[in-house]
Structure formats: C-alpha cells, structure tokens
Design a protein around this ligand. Structure first.
Ligand code: AKG
Ligand code: FE2
Length: 244
C-alpha cells in the first residue's frame, strides 16, 4: 500500500532507446581512476532488509568520492522537470546519463562489487547468474529542495557485453558520493500477511562512499529519495545484470 496517500509511479526506462532518435548520445566521460580503494576482502555486503536491501560501507574511499564529485561537477548535468510525464515518478534532480560499458566493467571488477556479489552467502539472492553492471550509468546531484518521489524501479532487458548475452537487470545499485542533511533513501516494506502490522520504513542515510543494492522489478519495494535539506547529495547509479 502506498504511504501518505500518494500514488506511486514507475521510473522511466533508463536506456536511451526511444530518446536516441531525437537526442545526441553523450560521449563516455574520461572517468577518474578508481583509486584509492579498500581491498575487497575488507569490505562486506551487509543485509539491511533480508533478500531486498543490502549495503556496502566504504565501497568508495572518501578521497575517491571527493575526486569523483569534483570530476562529475564538470559534466553537463541536466535538471529533470518537476512535473513528470504521465506514468513517471516526480523527481527533481540534476542528472547525467551515459551508456558506458568500459566504465561499468571497471566499476564491477575493480571496486570490489564483483568479489562481494560472487562470494555472497546466498547467490540465488541476485536472481540468476550475475554478469556485471548495467552499462547505463546515471549520475544524480540533488541540491537542497530536490528529491525523487515514491516509485518502483523496473527490471529492464538488455543484450549484455560484446557477445550480446540476453540479460536483464535485477537489482538497483546506488553509490553515495557524499553525505548530506536529508536525502535519505527510504523503502516502505509491506506487511507479510494481510492483517499484519506494516513494518517501519527502512531509512538509509547517504554515507560517503556507501553502496546500496536493492532488488527491483516485481519484488521492488516502494521507495523514494527524500528531499535534501542542506549540502549536496551525489549518487552514481547502475544495476546488477543477470543472464536471462
Ligand atoms: O537517490 C535516491 O535516494 C533514490 C534513487 C532512486 O530511487 C532511483 O534511482 O531509482
Ligand atoms: Fe528507485
């Protein structure tokens, strides 16, 4: 059930499929190297809500985050309209989106994510054989007053890698590059059975360098990015991709 009487929406398809005809595709940026990093064996995939929400603290070190934020500030971010298209969640933030398989591969292999996902105690959690990260990379900047309204994230089909393996996305990946006041990512779990008490919302406060993974598609929890009150919230977004 949607909290606070709001009508949740689905997010728009993240790939540029329909946009590609009219809008020029942005060039892959010259991403800074992913260094320094903490060795993957010193990181852990923490369960925030069983089978649905996982966290990795310090996936990015604070100096890496600082470097990224200063680099990302130079990209041509565009402000999403406050008034969404029919069927889209209202979101107001500045964003940049690019299809960059080289970067998504580097992020997957070098950040420690591949190691953590591949060694997770219950591999079935990720919904199939995990191939890597969605090359569709999104950068969000939320300034005070900006937010991402209640919605569900959809699973998307894609052809993955050079050999175009049939694949689909199963989990959303958010990497917080800054901490800020407000801007929490909040999930609204539903009662397990009819008549059960509604669980408390799961409130994830952005923490510099922390990654959040949450299941999307049919099992996606209703969620939102709350309004930023002060400071800036910077996020890198991709998705886990599994074989279809
Ligand atoms: O920025 C956030 O906290 C949430 C972002 C989100 O829900 C999305 O990218 O689908
Ligand atoms: Fe979302």
């Amino acid at each position: 059930m949607a909290p606070r009487g709001k009508q949740p929406q689905k997010t728009a398809k993240p790939t540029g499929q329909s946009d590609s005809i009219t809008k020029p595709k942005p060039q892959a940026p010259n991403w800074p190297p992913l260094t320094p990093l903490i060795p993957a064996e010193h990181l852990s995939l923490e369960t925030r809500w069983p089978s649905l929400v996982l966290l990795v603290r310090n996936l990015f070190t604070s100096s890496l985050c600082k470097n990224y934020v200063s680099f990302l500030s130079s990209l041509p971010l565009t402000t999403t309209p406050g008034k969404p298209k029919r069927g889209q969640a209202a979101r107001v933030n500045d964003r940049f989106q690019v299809e960059d398989p080289v970067f998504s591969k580097m992020l997957w292999e070098h950040s420690g994510l591949q190691y953590l996902v591949d060694s997770f105690e219950d591999p079935a959690t990720f919904g199939g054989k995990v191939l890597g990260l969605n090359p569709n990379i999104r950068v969000y900047r939320y300034r005070p007053g900006q937010f991402f309204d209640l919605h569900y994230d959809e699973s998307n089909k894609l052809e993955f890698g050079e050999v175009k393996v049939p694949a689909k996305t199963t989990w959303t990946l958010l990497i917080y590059l800054t901490a800020c006041e407000g801007g929490e990512t909040v999930f609204y779990p539903e009662p397990r059975r009819k008549g059960d008490k509604t669980p408390d919302p799961i409130v994830v406060e952005p923490e510099t360098g922390m990654a959040l993974l949450h299941k999307h598609g049919d099992d996606c929890l209703l969620h939102e990015g709350r309004e930023v009150k002060s400071g800036e919230k910077w996020v890198l977004r991709s998705d886990l991709v599994v074989q279809r």
